[in-house]
Ligand binder design. Structure first.
Ligand code: SF4
Length: 348
């Protein structure tokens, strides 16, 4: 029997007290569904998806600002994938585009700079949304903007960081037994950040990669550490204690910590990043975008905090499907509702 087979056997036949582990990263949520991980676990081990899908936690005020900007004469909003379909308080970027708004999808962030340089008479706004993994990319965009003296490209930022929201979850939900920490975020931040969180919260953390076997090892590590603090870095090839110092320095050059508003959780102190004062002329109006209007009947707020499972939302699979998404968690391929729906996963 290989080590992996042994772990699979132990996880499937676990029969002690029920455990609830949260994966806080949207990419983990997708990987857990794709690999059918829940079906490999004992019914006494529950995986809960947390607030780590960037599109899902973006408040409607940000979408509203982007739709307003794309409908402004001579202004194009540049964005990545899923955000385009998420509804603001009135409409999504896709709706605004149907009404004549200018929205363009980006495949590489540097394309934003190239576009702005090639079309100097047009104004561009780049929707800079994401976590610690993508903030260094936006810092590189800033570097290029300044190096090339680009005057017609600004960022609308809604950048979030993991530690404060994990603290929020621990304080406000209180029924989590451990966290699967996001491997790619930890590549940037380092595992020390999770070591500190573990000491503070008294809960175990396992830093994991995104393959099925890596996730099983992480869950097994959490089972072994139940009831105590501690960290297991199971993504050692990529994650060091201190993280990527070069990427951190680049982020700190352009961005500073700020309070941030999260869908379903409200304002969380120190949980975001914004452009520093000296670079604010490159900001397209990101400050005070705090309000959040949930689509009627949508339970995303409760799903994002692990309070309910996606299939416990009354609209799940009825008024809300990936083809006709009612809330952000069903739009994004990293959203809990989307992943529950496409994998057929249900609360056990
Ligand atoms: Fe919102 Fe749809 Fe998820 Fe319900 S199923 S919480 S409506 S996204």
């Amino acid at each position: 029997m290989t080590k992996l087979d042994e772990i699979k056997d132990k996880l499937k036949n676990y029969d002690k007290e029920p455990l609830r582990f949260m994966e806080v990263c949207g990419t983990h949520t997708a990987a857990i569904s794709e690999n059918g991980i829940p079906s490999m676990l004992s019914p006494k081990i529950h995986l809960i998806s947390g607030p780590g899908c960037p599109v899902c936690v973006t408040v409607t005020a940000v979408i509203d600002k982007l739709t307003e900007l794309c409908l402004t004469e001579n202004t194009t909003v540049l964005t990545f994938g899923d955000l385009i379909r998420v509804k603001g308080s009135k409409m999504s970027l896709a709706d605004a585009r149907a009404e004549g708004g200018s929205v363009q999808m980006l495949y590489s962030p540097m394309d934003a700079v190239k576009m702005a340089i090639a079309n100097k008479t047009k104004q561009y706004v780049f929707a800079a949304i994401g976590f610690e993994t993508t903030t260094p990319v936006y810092a590189m965009v800033m570097e290029e903007i300044i190096k090339n003296d680009v005057k017609n490209l600004r960022l609308l930022t809604s950048l979030k960081t993991m530690p404060q929201v994990i603290r929020w979850v621990c304080k406000n939900t209180g029924n989590i037994d451990g966290f699967i920490a996001p491997g790619h975020v930890a590549v940037i931040t380092g595992s020390d950040e999770y070591r500190n969180l573990s000491k503070e919260t008294g809960l175990p953390f396992a830093v994991s990669g995104f393959e099925g076997a890596q996730l099983l090892f992480a869950i097994y590590a959490l089972v072994g550490m139940k009831g105590q603090s501690g960290i297991r870095n199971l993504y050692r090839g990529a994650v060091t204690n201190e993280g990527n110092l070069q990427a951190k320095a680049m982020v700190n050059k352009y961005f500073e910590v700020c309070d941030a508003s999260w869908r379903g959780m409200g304002m969380i102190e120190g949980s975001g990043m914004r452009l520093k004062e000296e670079f604010r002329k490159y900001d397209a109006g990101s400050t005070d975008l705090d309000s959040d209007v949930m689509p009627a009947g949508c339970s995303c707020a409760r799903v994002l905090t692990g309070e309910i499972s996606p299939d416990e939302c009354p609209l799940f699979g009825k008024g809300c499907t990936p083809e006709n998404a009612h809330g952000a968690c069903m739009v994004s391929t990293e959203g809990s509702c989307y992943n529950y729906y496409i994998s057929g996963r249900r609360k056990r």
